[in-house]
Ligand binder design. Structure first.
Ligand code: NAP
Length: 258
């Protein structure tokens, strides 16, 4: 039996990752702050898929709680085969009007926790010459994102970092993949204080679609996976246009989507 640890499993894309990894026969370790939601999901997954589901309630912006999750990943006696670094949030607004402590928490969750958990998981994985890391970034990381300045920068970090680690792992038997979703129906927008009801339906994907494609991409050993035709087209345009155009276009799209 293989085991997957999923951060941000209590909602959205992380919940979909946990359900699909359990359906694919993995035991799961569920990480997020809301213990009650995690226990409910764990009970459902045990009943539906006959797997073991462990709950590890942790605020990953808290150094002590993060260390507990790192220790779980590094525990060679209970190996983790797949780590999904999914927990993340975005702030919305002009940087000079936002709370700098919230911006710092965003960096601590989206970047610092992701790096520390990747590091903790890789030691035992490389020693066993097996395992996979799936890091959740965003197409927001492909260009500057005015009004989401910190968020886009954290996701640019995640995309770059994961691609570097992917290359470092060549020949080790361990995989690293970064998934870059676009608009996905979850609690993300509500938590960011964004009313996205004006955005047309064709721009959106479900959490289930994103998670399924990302898990397949990890299995195939891909470095980068952008789910959805619209998002792949956006990524293609962004890669050929100058920064002066993409940052202004991003500012318009983000303003419209609020
Ligand atoms: P979501 O529905 O808001 O879920 C976020 C998850 O992260 C929840 O399980 C939440 O659980 C957990 N979380 C938040 N703060 C945490 C903390 N301090 N410590 C531990 N867990 C924490 O959002 P989502 O859309 O599924 O987001 C998942 C990932 O996808 C994020 O990295 C996000 O940046 C990325 N993404 C989302 C979209 C989108 O449009 N939805 C697009 C591109 C990328 P608790 O509240 O229980 O802690």
């Amino acid at each position: 039996m293989t085991t997957a640890l999923i951060t941000g499993a209590s909602a959205g894309i992380g919940n979909a990752f946990a359900s699909q990894l359990a359906a694919r026969g993995n035991d799961v370790v569920l990480v997020a702050r809301d213990e009650e939601r995690l226990q409910k999901l764990a009970a459902e997954l045990r009943a539906q898929h006959n797997i073991a589901a462990e709950v590890l309630a942790a605020d990953l912006t808290d150094t002590g709680a993060l260390a507990r999750v790192e220790a779980r990943l590094a525990d060679a006696a209970r190996p983790i085969d797949t780590l999904v670094n999914n927990a993340g949030f975005g702030s919305n607004g002009l940087l000079h009007e936002l709370d700098v402590d919230d911006e710092t928490r965003e960096i601590n969750l989206n970047v610092v926790a992701l790096v520390r958990l990747t590091h903790a998981a890789l030691g035992p994985m490389v020693a066993r010459r097996a395992g996979g890391i799936l890091n959740v970034s965003s197409i927001a990381g492909m260009q500057p994102t005015p009004r989401n300045a910190t968020y886009g920068a954290t996701k640019a970090f995640v995309t770059s970092f994961t691609q570097s680690v992917h290359e470092e792992l060549r020949g080790t038997g361990v995989r690293a993949t970064v998934v870059c979703p676009g608009f996905t129906r979850t609690e993300f927008q509500e938590r960011a204080g964004i009313d996205s009801s004006r955005l047309p339906g064709f721009l959106w994907q479900s959490a289930g679609e994103v998670a399924a494609g990302a898990l397949d991409a990890l299995e195939r050993g891909r470095a980068v996976y952008v789910p959805g035709t619209m998002n792949r087209m956006t990524a293609g345009f962004v890669s050929v246009l100058p920064d002066s155009v993409t940052r202004r276009a991003a500012a318009l799209v983000i303003k419209f989507s609020e």
